[in-house]
Design a protein around this ligand. Structure first.
Ligand SMILES: C[S@@+](CC[C@H](N)C(=O)[O-])C[C@H]1O[C@@H](n2cnc3c(N)ncnc32)[C@H](O)[C@@H]1O
Length: 392
């Protein structure tokens, strides 16, 4: 059955489903259905290039999310609500059977409607929801639905995390992430890596809004990593339903210090996100010594605690700091930019700049000898961190 036919499945049982089923097989089917509570809710897509949304009801909260999506689509195109009961959309929280029946009735109308409507983005009616690319609002809402599907009770996340350790839970809000994407002009030329990606909402959001070449999240703790994997699956279905373009994304469970990630982090990444607010000094030391010093020139690292001494130049004493081979600036920060406090948490961007130390030494030489003219040939200079190329 094609994706586009998904919505019709519940209305017209196929011939195969009508055949008598042997008693043993029926028992097996029932127990499978009871074990997994595997009712399938399907919504036909009326978006250009959209695919039917098919969600397994793994938990009752899925009914309510489907109801809200249905309401959203019918509010945009009231003709789709023909046949739905009067004031159906005013109900605060319909019961599960009502949602099933609303989706069936909607699908009966949406399917032929979509056939007539297809071939155009219909932005006159759908506005930004008809566009093939997500703007901030659309990316935020779709990521929000995926989050709600994958994480029914966000408060539970706090139970899995150890407080005041490197694994302490805390999320960056999408509004803050959108501001960072805008300020740093993150786009399709970038490879975005979230080191300690939690439930992975930033990875999906960045894939939708910035459409990076690749977005990868690496998370150590198995519970949030599982949520991230589910969130990624829901996100894919939702983006398809709304017919939206998206960059590639991946959620990986693992320790970002594991050497197997070195190529990704040090050679491929152009933007590295580290919400290091609660990271221990030990972990910070290892990140600086095992990863940062090997990043390629121009790589930008976004953090909630600055790596480099913000705004400071190099001094004789600090030639071995990370600051000696990078520049750190403060980014625009929002109130409530993170989940763990309503206060403003600052975000910083450190850009790797290996030539900074060379420029410092040249400047020092010039102070001693105003006629000093550095050799303008390509050569290599040893720093505490690494060997850097001195360009002519
Ligand atoms: C504060 S959360 C940030 C989540 C997400 N990046 C955000 O800003 O919304 C930090 C995450 O880093 C993870 N973490 C800490 N050390 C790690 C390591 N060595 N490898 C991978 N993840 C790690 C923690 O488990 C935690 O989920």
């Amino acid at each position: 059955m094609s994706e586009a036919d998904a919505g019709a499945k519940e209305e017209e049982p196929s011939k195969e489903e009508e055949k008598p089923v042997p008693a043993k097989q029926l028992d097996d089917r029932r127990s499978m259905s009871m074990d997994t509570n595997d009712e399938l809710l399907a919504l036909h897509s009326v978006y250009y290039n959209g695919k039917a949304l098919r969600l397994q009801v793994t938990s009752p909260h899925i009914y309510y999310i489907v109801f809200r999506i249905l309401r959203k689509v019918c509010n945009a195109i009231p003709a789709l609500a023909v046949g739905l009961p009067l004031n159906w959309d005013k109900i605060e929280k319909p019961d599960n059977n009502a949602v099933v029946s609303l989706t069936k009735q909607y699908n009966r109308v949406a399917k032929p409607f979509a056939t007539n409507w297809s071939g155009s983005y219909n932005t006159d009616v759908l506005h930004e929801w008809g566009e093939p690319n997500c703007n901030k609002l659309v990316a935020t809402e779709i990521t929000g639905y995926a989050y709600e599907c994958a994480v029914p009770r966000p408060a539970d996340l706090n139970h899995y995390y150890k407080s005041f350790t490197s694994e302490t839970y805390g999320e960056t809000n999408l509004e803050q992430m959108a501001s960072i994407i805008d300020e740093l002009k993150i786009g399709s030329h970038d490879v975005f890596v979230d080191l300690g990606s939690g439930i992975g909402q930033l990875v999906c959001f960045t894939a939708a809004l910035a459409k990076c070449k690749k977005c990868v999240g690496i998370e150590l703790s198995p519970t949030p990593a599982n949520y991230a994997s589910n969130l990624g699956d829901y996100f894919k279905k939702l983006m398809s339903f709304f017919g939206k373009n998206c960059g590639k994304y991946e959620h990986i469970q693992g320790d970002f210090l594991n050497p197997k990630f070195k190529k990704l982090i040090c050679e491929e990444a152009t933007i590295i996100f580290i919400n290091n607010f609660a990271f221990s000094p030990d972990l910070m030391f290892r990140i600086t010594n095992e990863l940062l010093q090997e990043l390629k020139n121009g790589t930008r690292i976004i953090t909630t605690k600055p790596f480099g001494a913000h705004k400071k130049g190099i001094t004789y004493r600090s030639t071995s700091d990370i600051n000696a081979i990078s520049q750190t600036i403060e980014l625009k920060s929002m109130e409530s930019g993170v989940s763990w406090t309503a206060k403003e948490v600052k975000f910083y961007c450190t850009t790797m700049d290996h030539a900074k130390l060379i420029r410092y030494y040249e400047e020092e030489q010039r102070k001693k000898d105003p006629n000093y003219n550095p050799v303008r040939e390509e050569s290599e200079v040893e720093t505490k961190f690494c060997t850097v190329k001195r360009l002519p």
